[in-house]
Design a protein around this ligand. Sequence first.
Ligand code: ZN
Length: 294
Amino acid sequence: MENRDRIIKILAYDGRVSIICASTTTLVEKARKIHDLSPVATAALGRTLTVASMMAVNMKNEKDKLTIQIKGNGPLGGMVVVANNFPKLKGYVANPLVDLPLKNGKLDVGGALGKEGYLNIIKDIGLKDPYIGMVPLVSGEIAEDFASYFATSEQTNTAVNLGVLVDKNGVKASGGYIVTPMPDATEDDLFILENRIKEAKPLSQMLDENMSLLDIAKDLTGDEKAQVIEENIIPLYECDCSREKIEKGLISLGKEELKDIVNTQVKIETVCHFCNEKYVFTKEELENILKELK
Ligand SMILES: [Zn+2]
């Protein structure tokens, strides 16, 4: 399948409103395949990957890292998504096989994740301490939960919409948008915007009709002169795990614990949560790591 995933940044109303739109069909389908996700788990992780991809492109530097942890009281358990500003993303859910009946004809993401729980956002932008923002879940439907995060932590009246369409073949369409009024947005801007977003076609329908991201932004704002600031950003699902990193993890256990492993086990096997890559270390290899620690 050709990768048509894109993210664009747009300014509307002469720069008083910022819009980020993303199409993430290929990315979310890759996540679905890696984790063998059920439809509702695909929607939950897909929405979170999509919002993360849009938040990630607003980070400044290549080394900046965004980590999203969501924990709910529903059968999905929770999930983790990590993104850099490229953006390359990876994620997993606690229970990928959750299956729930449709709710009003839609995948019941709120039922899978649960309404009780929290959304935790960690931004590591190279400062001594990372920025951490935590809010309680609102509905477990993801978009509303992130809107609550933006309102609480970043004090912006941000509109978030996320959609993942799943059919029997997998992810049919996936995407989202984030609309943020700038400090100089007027009352009129906000009023018009709020009404247009309310009356816009459902996002899933826009995605299904293959509307371009720019057309979606114009449709939401009604601003034909909306200006594209950045386009052709391609979000990718890509894990950055390596044998070297796992080895570092083993070293960080400390000498005593490693000795213990060498003495009691024939080999160790670890599986990367994000991509399911398996890493095996034999007794000899562990002994060699231990020798180098002296
Ligand atoms: Zn991995």
